[in-house]
Design a protein around this ligand. Structure first.
Ligand SMILES: [Zn+2]
Length: 295
């Protein structure tokens, strides 16, 4: 059993990130499993080395250890390119010349994410050449066939999602950067990750990732999507809630056990006010994340 932490060093760790890490730690340690740390720093504009150092400090301060580390995503471009070659050899990729604004304009005006309408799916060779000649550089998209992807989520139970609902998706951007969906699948496969516990905001990505696992002949992990932690004002916990970072709690004099106990209480593992380190929570957690309450 191998779980993972996959933090993005684009800001300071807040309570929501810390709670996900705590639950991944409990999921692994409750059954004697191991944890790999992977720094997800594909977005070079937002990720910074000082945030990575701070993440490590915060994890260690909370008592959330790990057994090994995987290379940073920013160091793994050649490995992602190899996966792109394999997908392309299978005939699943096509170049897409649309800009973000064009995709937004052409897609139905609902939902949090624009749905790619398939504009470049069957572009003729002449149209392709004309766009290249005009200096446009293509992204690479994966051709998604209509399919209901079913999986057993350890928190949500039997889940079925339409993988084509959001359209064909990008695996490499026009600027050459590899897409999150591709990197995550390749990395989890390479590390041998068996269990992925993450916020349920990533649920729409899961059918896409399961399809990529299949196309790359990598066994998909067991997923557990946990409810996101919301701030007291009901807003999704983002980095703008500066007062909710682990560092600010530490600076205000909180002990690691007080913070960990409060995170565990927020999913109903223990009573409010419990002060406990991670290892003291293993018994309360049991061996299964399925009964984590909605916070
Ligand atoms: Zn396109």
């Amino acid at each position: 059993m191998l779980a993972r932490y996959a933090p993005s060093p684009s800001g300071r760790m807040h309570r929501g990130n810390a709670r996900t890490a705590l639950l991944a730690w409990l999921q692994a340690r409750a059954v004697g499993g191991e944890i790999v740390l992977r720094i997800e720093d594909l977005d070079r504009d937002r990720c910074r080395p000082e945030f990575e150092s701070a993440l490590r400090v915060d994890l260690e301060w909370l008592g959330l250890d790990w057994d090994r580390e995987q290379q940073r995503q920013s160091e793994r471009g050649a490995i992602y390119d190899e996966a792109i070659r394999r997908l392309d050899a299978g005939g699943r990729l096509y170049p897409c010349f649309c800009t973000r604004a064009e995709v937004r304009a052409a897609s139905a005006p609902h939902g949090p994410e624009p749905v790619y309408p398939g504009t470049c799916r069957d572009l003729s060779a002449a149209a392709w050449a004309a766009r290249l000649a005009a200096g446009r550089r293509p992204a690479l998209r994966l051709r998604v066939e209509p399919e209901t992807v079913a999986f057993e989520d350890l928190v949500l139970g039997s889940t079925e999602l339409d993988v084509a609902a959001l359209g064909d998706f990008v695996v490499r951007r026009a600027d050459g950067l590899h897409a999150y969906q591709l990197a995550v699948v390749v990395d989890d496969g390479a590390a041998g990750v068996t269990h992925v516990l993450r916020g349920d905001d990533l649920l729409p990505s899961t059918p896409r990732q399961i399809v990529l696992h299949r196309l790359l002949a990598l066994p998909p992990p067991q997923y557990a999507h946990v409810p996101l932690l919301y701030a007291l004002d009901g807003e999704r916990l983002a980095k703008r809630h500066g007062a909710e970072t682990i560092a600010s709690l530490r600076d205000a004099g909180a002990t690691p056990a007080a913070v960990v106990g409060a995170l565990a209480a927020s999913v109903g593992l223990v009573a409010e006010g419990t002060v406990a380190g991670p290892s003291e929570l293993i018994a309360a957690y049991g061996a299964h994340p399925g009964r984590l309450g909605r916070a």
